[in-house]
Design a protein around this ligand. Sequence first.
Ligand code: CUA
Length: 332
Amino acid sequence: MTSWRVTRPGIFAPCLLLLLLPACDGPQSALAPAGREAELLADLFWIMLAGAVVLWLAINGLMFYVTRINVGHMPRRLAEGIIIGGGIVFPVIVLAALLGYGLTLMPLTRVPGDGLRIRVTGEQWWWRVEYWPEGAEAPVVAANEVRLPSGRRTDIELAAHEVIHSFWIPALGGKTDMFPGRDTLMTLEPLTPGVYRGQCAEFCGESHALMAFQAVVLPEEEFADWLEAEAAPARPPSGPLEAAGQEVFLAQGCGACHTVRGTPATGAVGPDLTHVGSRLTIGAGTLPPTAEALANWIAHPGTIKPGVEMPSYDELAPDDLAALAAWLEGLE
Ligand code: CUA
């Protein structure tokens, strides 16, 4: 009876772990790599885990040996052998091997990019994203979404405006901190087209947890087409509702903070909205890009993202708010 009580948790713990394994998949998992850097890190994780398991088994095996098998008096040389061998020699060999393997990976993550450069700046709490194709004199400015060509190495220059943030797309690579006043660099080589999720990984204030983004990996040609479309000015309003929405935007002074290329709005405080309707989310990964969500965001940004610098426009007439949201949704 006693032994049954002792072993039951021993049986259930591995079963519970097996149940948790499906959680290792998905668009934001470092264990479901979709890029060269993430593959290296996933391999490193599994090899580190194997090393840890070997150490754990060896040390627990020794403990079992001295407490259950050889419980009597032990010759001094054997006791010293167990302590020195198990406590010093064996861990040093395993840890040195793991360190050596880890060091061999470092140069592989430092291979420079092959043309495109993207500059991402952490803001409170959103991402300013600037694309610099090779030889470009001015960037293509976007926000809150990072698009990358698959099979190419892209340099990602990281900066921050006010406080430290950390740029992390688990499925594509490791995390790198973003500092005010000091640029850092990471290079990513995505391998599998798809949509992955990125997240700020450094506590940066009350809406840190709501500072996410989508990372969209496109085949190279599709990426080139997308970047060309992204560089173009906003499309003109397609009907009276959208035209009214654009008028509300300009009359309310939204252009003091936001740029919509092709209109008089050239503000640089908030996210560039030239193609906001084509993004997969709004509010840096918090809401879908629908007119309803846009209206909700404009009226109550502080409720959706506490501490956000954008003021609430809850005094707007419902018709104006609907027109404004319709125009923004149409900015593809
Ligand atoms: Cu930005 Cu946490």
